[in-house]
Design a protein around this ligand. Structure first.
Ligand code: C5P
Length: 249
């Protein structure tokens, strides 16, 4: 892998490892406000308790994320994404990450089904938005608005903004996937603050973090293939990428 790239007419060099995530390595760069992400081939489930190396997964995630972030930018959504550098690497803006996972659900699936005992794929109207405190040690517990505020993880104003932004992103992505006959069931987002306090979208947008099903066959095209031992995960991811790429032509 090349350790140098350019961005805005400046040479950016990859630095030390900042953080080793479950499916991603995060590096410092020669620019204090830019990070270098590398998508690995690791697939994890049950908060990292199950993991496996899956050839080509990093490239597929990186390519899908790039196309979805590009689409959000075209719709005026501010995000941390700066540049797709290579098949498995991207530059992003360094943010002060808010330790909250925002889950948006259009249909009941996963933990929503096990928690509330409703039938899988029940349409949720209005959409459901949930917050989880990002902590591997605590297994990402559910957290509510007053807990977020009392613990100073987010202000009331930021929580309002998390709801508005995640609903807007849901509308845009849901429509995009509908164009390629895919239903966006649910997904997870993360946000961070810029130096000026402005909150923007961070993290990644890939089938590792969203449930996607083919609208005709109902077949899973996301990490549920791995979670539920339904076969080769890359078949689903490749299908998502191929359909998204067709929209670019
Ligand atoms: O497991 P659960 O049903 O709560 O997941 C809802 C959505 O959020 C799924 O699309 C899942 O992939 C995503 N998620 C995630 N990372 C987590 C928890 C959930 O990407 N730590």
């Amino acid at each position: 892998m090349n350790n140098v790239t350019d961005y805005n007419n400046q040479t950016i060099t990859r630095g030390d490892l900042k953080y080793q995530g479950k499916a991603k390595s995060v590096y410092w760069t020669s620019q204090a406000d830019i990070l270098w992400l590398h998508d690995t081939n690791q697939a994890t489930a049950l908060n990292g308790k199950v993991h496996e190396n899956i050839s080509d997964k990093g490239r597929l995630n990186s390519a899908i994320s790039y196309l979805l972030f590009k689409h959000l930018h075209q719709h005026g959504v501010a995000t941390h994404y700066l540049k797709h550098i290579s098949e498995t690497d991207e530059l992003v803006e360094k943010l002060d990450i808010i330790p909250v996972e925002v889950v948006v659900r259009n249909f009941a699936s996963g933990h929503f089904v096990s928690r509330f005992g409703v039938a899988s794929m029940t349409e949720l109207t209005p959409i459901v938005q949930e917050f989880y405190y990002k902590s591997d040690a605590l297994d990402d517990p559910f957290i509510n608005d007053s807990q977020l505020i009392a613990l100073h993880y987010a202000t009331a104003e930021e929580i309002k903004s998390l709801r508005l932004k995640s609903a807007e992103i849901n509308d845009i992505l849901r429509r995009r996937f509908a164009e390629i006959n895919i239903e966006l069931i649910d997904f997870k987002l993360e946000f961070g603050r810029r130096a000026d306090g402005n909150m923007i979208l961070a993290d990644e947008l890939s089938p590792d973090n969203m449930r996607l099903v083919d609208k005709t066959s109902g077949q899973s095209l996301d990490k549920d293939i791995f979670r539920q031992h339904k076969g080769d995960l890359t078949v689903g991811y490749r299908e998502v990428l191929q359909r998204l790429e067709k929209l670019e032509k």
